[in-house]
Write a protein that binds this ligand. Structure first.
Ligand code: ACO
Length: 339
C-alpha cells in the first residue's frame, strides 16, 4: 500500500525584518587596503560595497535588531515566540548560543532556541527546520534569524577572500498558514563534508585550539579556495533549484522570484539560467551587501516583500543556497498574502 504523506498544516513566512550596519566599505576603499581594483571586484563578483559592523558589538547586536524589526512588523509580542533559531558561523561566542542572547535581549520569556551552523546554507536549513516544528503542530511561532559578522573572521590581507563578504542580519517569523495550499511547500537539502579542505577555518575549534602560533599563522580566518568552491557551487546550487521545480511539476516560468544566496553574481546567473528563470525574476543585492553568509536570503526577501512590495498571494518563490561544508539546498514557497 502506498504511504500517503499527510500534512496536518503548513508553515508560512508571516513577517520579515533586517538589520544593516551603517558603515559601508566600498571597493574604492578596499583599493587602498589591498592590491585590487573596483573593476576586478565588480566584473568577477558583482559586488560594489558591503556593510561592516562596528568592532566589539557581536552577532547578537544585529540578530536582536533584525528580530525586533520582524516581530514589530508582524504585530507579534516577543512573549508569544516559541522557538528561536539563529543560523550563523559567527556567534558572539562558542557558548552560550546566540539564540539564548537574542531570547534574553528581546524578552522572549517562554522561548527556547539554538544556533544552526551550515555556512551560507544556514538560513535555508533553519527555515525548513522551523517549518517542521510548525507543521507538526508543536509550535505556532518560530523566529528564524540569519546573522553573520563576517568581518570578524575575514583576513583583510587576503585579497581573494576579503572583498567577498559583509555583515548583516535578516529575520523571518514562521507561523501556521491559514490555507494548506500556501506556505513552505517543499525543500531539497544536502551536505557533503568532502568540501572541508576547500572552505573552512583552520583553528579555534577543538581540533586545533587557539594558541600564539595559530594567531601568528592567521588561522582564525575564512580559508577559501575560491575557484574550487566556485565550480561546485555553480553545479550544486543549479541542480537543487532544477530538482525542486521538477519534483513539484513546475518550470522556471511558474516561478515569480528566485532568491539565490549572494556569493557571486556569476553563480547566481548560472543557476537562474539552468533553472530557466529569467534575470528579471532573480533578486540580486550582492552589489550593495556582498556575501553576508546566513543573511543573504532574508535580505533578498526583505527587498521584494517589505521595500518593493512586489510579492503577491500565490507567487512561487524559490530560495537556493550553497555554502561551507559543503551544504546546499532549495526551498519552494507559495506566498500566502499580498504585501
Ligand atoms: N583583486 C584582484 N585580483 C584578484 C583578487 C582581487 N580581490 N582576488 C584574486 N585575484 C586574482 C588572483 O590572484 C588570480 O590571479 P593569477 O591568475 O595571477 O593567479 C586571478 O585574480 C584569478 O583568481 P581566481 O581565484 O581564479 O578568480 P575567480 O574568477 O575564481 O574569482 C572568486 C574568485 C570571486 C572568489 C570566485 O572563485 C568565487 O566566487 N568563488 C565561490 C565563492 C563561494 O560561493 N563561496 C561559498 C559561500 S561562502 C561560505 O559558505 C562561508
Amino acid at each position: 500500500m502506498e504511504m500517503q504523506q499527510k500534512t496536518l498544516r503548513r508553515a508560512h513566512i508571516s513577517s520579515v525584518g533586517r538589520f544593516l550596519p551603517e558603515k559601508r566599505l566600498t571597493n574604492k576603499e578596499l583599493e587602498k587596503m589591498i592590491d585590487t581594483s573596483d573593476e576586478w571586484i565588480v566584473t568577477r563578483t558583482g559586488i560594489r560595497e558591503r556593510r561592516i559592523l562596528e568592532p566589539g558589538l557581536g552577532n547578537s547586536y544585529m540578530a536582536v535588531r533584525a528580530a525586533r524589526d520582524c516581530l514589530e512588523r508582524a504585530g507579534v509580542a516577543p512573549e508569544a515566540v516559541d522557538t528561536i533559531i539563529v543560523a550563523t558561523v559567527t556567534p558572539d561566542m562558542f557558548f552560550p548560543s546566540t539564540a539564548c542572547l537574542v531570547q534574553r535581549d528581546i524578552g522572549a520569556i517562554k522561548a527556547w532556541g539554538f544556533d544552526l551552523s551550515a555556512g551560507c546554507s544556514g538560513f535555508v536549513f533553519a527555515l525548513t527546520t522551523a517549518a517542521q516544528f510548525v507543521e507538526s503542530g508543536r509550535y505556532d511561532r518560530v523566529l528564524v534569524i540569519g546573522s553573520d559578522v563576517m568581518s570578524s573572521i575575514i583576513d583583510y590581507t587576503d585579497r581573494a577572500t576579503c572583498v567577498l563578504f559583509g555583515d548583516a542580519a535578516g529575520a523571518v517569523l514562521i507561523e501556521p498558514c491559514p490555507e494548506n495550499d500556501f506556505g513552505i511547500i517543499d525543500f531539497v537539502q544536502r551536505c557533503d563534508g568532502s568540501g572541508e579542505p576547500h572552505l573552512h577555518m583552520k583553528a579555534g575549534g577543538s581540533r586545533k585550539p587557539a594558541s600564539m602560533e595559530t594567531v601568528k599563522n592567521r588561522e582564525h580566518y575564512v580559508y577559501q579556495e575560491g575557484a574550487q568552491v566556485f565550480k561546485v557551487a555553480v553545479t550544486q546550487m543549479a541542480d537543487v533549484t532544477v530538482e525542486i521545480l521538477r519534483k513539484n511539476n513546475l518550470t522556471g516560468s511558474d516561478v515569480s522570484f528566485l532568491l539565490p544566496h549572494q556569493a557571486n553574481l556569476r553563480i547566481i546567473k548560472a543557476c537562474a539560467d539552468r533553472a530557466g528563470i529569467p534575470m528579471e525574476k532573480v533578486v540580486v543585492n550582492i552589489d550593495r551587501f556582498a556575501n553576508t553568509t546566513a543573511a543573504t536570503i532574508p535580505l533578498c526577501l526583505y527587498d521584494i516583500v517589505v521595500e518593493d512590495k512586489r510579492v503577491k498571494k500565490g507567487d512561487y518563490l524559490v530560495m537556493s543556497a550553497f555554502g561551507a561544508g559543503y551544504t546546499w539546498g532549495s526551498v519552494l514557497v507559495r506566498w500566502w498574502e499580498d504585501w
